[in-house]
Ligand binder design. Structure first.
Ligand SMILES: O=P(O)(O)OC[C@H]1O[C@H](O)[C@H](O)[C@@H](O)[C@@H]1O
Length: 296
């Protein structure tokens, strides 16, 4: 933490705090970085390089955080943007769902003020004793976060092992909405999707995507841009990744400890990444970069 504080002393508008202090929760909580500049503000947990909040100047939070979120080491935070990697969803050998990156401590590599008034943070995670015990491969993950008029994310995945390895990943973004049943997601029409509620049938999207009840779908080969449109707001997502997973647990939220009955009403997940058929095979030494930009 001392090293982080030394690094932050060189930049304006970034401070280190804890989830307990910031969200008034009990227990020691998690270390957070709070960014405030004239273009916007953001909150990020060092665990998982997990964005929790992004508010453009004079705007509202684009991201949703569960009122029942738990801030505890090794437990992914419910809301914001968990990074699911190096695999998305379940693992054939029973390893943790959505990979381990979201539940591990990342290091702050650099912090700087940008010429346009924005702020840039770079965080990284390399293989270590803890990751090698779960997944015996060398790697480096690096996330660059730019907080400005948009929230710009750039994720680098480097396969440092000496064999080719499959990778799937997603920016598992939770977006704040008034009522998920009244949301239209534009930018998915004409795309093939796998409905993962039930038999994994493959279907074709016609028109805007809407949510009703439990919804869990993997859209493949999607266009770069989607818009989440509600009566009161419109959120734009632009990414060079090829998949979009859309999720809301519906009534099943009642069975999820850090959600709860009805709590699912005010978010939709639209998760850009490369999953299922769009998964990657990274050669030994290869680096893959993915970007995502969010704006109101
Ligand atoms: O509870 P988590 O491990 O964070 O997963 C939450 C959800 O993530 C994705 O959206 C998947 O498509 C869902 O099937 C899963 O339930």
């Amino acid at each position: 933490m001392k090293q982080i504080e030394t690094m932050l002393a060189q930049v304006n508008g970034v401070r280190l705090t804890t989830s307990s202090a910031y969200y008034q929760t009990e227990g020691e909580g998690l270390a957070l970085l709070v960014v405030e500049n004239t273009l916007g503000s953001a909150v990020l947990a060092l665990q998982g390089a997990h964005l929790i909040s992004y508010i453009p100047a004079q705007g509202q939070d684009l991201l949703w955080l569960s009122p029942n979120a738990i801030f505890k080491p090794a437990k992914a935070i419910r809301g914001g943007i968990p990074l699911c990697m190096p695999w998305f969803g379940g693992h054939p050998d029973g390893l943790p769902s959505h990979g381990f990156a979201r539940a591990m401590d990342w290091q702050l590599r650099s912090a700087q003020n940008l010429a346009d008034g924005g702020t840039e943070l770079v965080l990284c995670l390399q293989d270590n004793e803890q990751t090698l015990a779960i997944w015996p491969h060398a790697f480096e993950f690096e996330l660059t976060v730019r907080v400005g008029r948009c929230l710009d994310l750039s994720l680098k995945i480097e396969n440092r092992s000496d064999t080719s390895l499959p990778y799937t990943y997603a920016f598992h973004s939770y977006f704040a909405v008034e009522d998920y049943t009244q949301v239209a997601v534009q930018g998915l029409a004409g795309c093939e999707y796998i409905d993962t509620v039930g038999e994994h049938v493959r279907l074709l999207q016609t028109g805007d995507m809407t949510f009703s009840g439990t919804t869990d779908r993997v859209y493949l080969n999607v266009p770069a841009e989607q818009k989440i449109v509600t009566a009161q707001r419109s959120i734009q997502i632009v990414s060079d990744t090829h998949s979009a997973v859309v999720w809301n647990p519906g009534a099943h939220a009642a069975n999820i400890g850090d959600l709860g009955a009805g709590v699912n009403q005010t978010f939709v997940c639209v998760e850009r990444g490369n999953v299922f058929d769009n998964g990657l095979l990274l050669a030994a030494g290869e680096t893959h970069t993915a970007t995502m930009s969010l704006s109101a």
